[in-house]
Write a protein that binds this ligand. Sequence first.
Ligand SMILES: Cc1cc2nc3c(=O)[nH]c(=O)nc-3n(C[C@H](O)[C@H](O)[C@H](O)COP(=O)(O)OP(=O)(O)OC[C@H]3O[C@@H](n4cnc5c(N)ncnc54)[C@H](O)[C@@H]3O)c2cc1C
Length: 345
Amino acid sequence: METILILVHTESDGALAKTAREALHAAATLYKSLPGSELVVGLIGENVQAAADSIAACPAARYFGVAGADFTPARYATDAAAAAAVCLAAKATVVIAPATARWARVLPGVAQRLGGRADTHVTGVAAADGKISVSRWYYRQRMEGVLTRTQRPWVIGIDPGSQTACECGPGVARVEMVTVNLADAARRTTVIGLREPPADAQTIRPDAQLLFVTGAGWTKKQADGQTHVPEAANLILGFLKQSRASLGSSKSLVDLSGEGQAVLPFLSHLNQIGQTGATPRHAKGLSTCCHGEEPHTVGWRFIGERRAVSLDPNCGWARGKADVLYVADAFAVMAKVNELLAANP
Ligand SMILES: Cc1cc2nc3c(=O)[nH]c(=O)nc-3n(C[C@H](O)[C@H](O)[C@H](O)COP(=O)(O)OP(=O)(O)OC[C@H]3O[C@@H](n4cnc5c(N)ncnc54)[C@H](O)[C@@H]3O)c2cc1C
């Protein structure tokens, strides 16, 4: 019999993030398709009762918690000790956890401590004929693999954004608190604060409906023989401000800064989409001034509906990569789009 543990950490306000509910959805779906299995919840954070209560209507049989000031910050030593203690208390054979920045660096170590195995970047969990399988993508999202394991405990990190978030409602959960005996060395690292870019400099928005991608064309000489980089910056930032889209880029555009050319200062390599960049998940994507080369468009794997604006009717987008290609001047198109958005906020 499998004991499926959904392992989550609370946020700074004591609540559960959407990523935790996504992993819970995967765990609950697995539990329902695996007769004889048991679903249990493990929570770690400063206080865990409110978080447990917020999902009390889920089909979990038991709740385990590790709480206290030692478990407030993301810190490998305390997080790994707490996670291992919860896994042992729950006698978990399968551990499903959201691959948040905090958990992703801890989960493989927890599997190692427990003599189990870990799989990362999992985008699907299923059971058939009593056998559990997980799926994940390989070779920069070009191939999907499905694998099973006999080793237990099996620690599974669920990629954020790959599941729908469970909507199980609140109630009253009885949390069994687990004591973790921490060595002094586990408290050696202290978190003294968080540094974040100002809100308007934060252009990467994983929860946005739309991914807006800029290509090198924005910095190229246009029909008048001149470049128009400041105008491009205004159009792009104007669109982002009104649409709240997430900003992506081609490699060529983010690389330009390294080549001493005029660039868009709000773009960094973190915005790069593609084979050597990110593979974000958004319902829609709009590419502008970008050619649509394969190493770029492989990063569009998880974009629902793809549209592109390019001057080149023979670009990669036209060759089957986009659902809709507008052969048009992106400067003119985005100026008109911004005007329409301003008129219909
Ligand atoms: C190993 C390897 C890994 C790579 N990894 C990545 C990766 O992760 N991500 C990535 O993006 N690339 C990657 N590349 C590079 C990739 O192959 C392309 O070179 C790159 O994506 C091209 O960027 P671009 O389309 O912005 O620029 P360009 O190819 O220069 O295209 C610019 C486009 O803008 C259009 N344009 C110009 N002006 C306008 C206008 N006014 N209106 C509309 N359109 C206009 C032009 O018609 C042209 O199609 C990789 C390459 C290799 C070899």
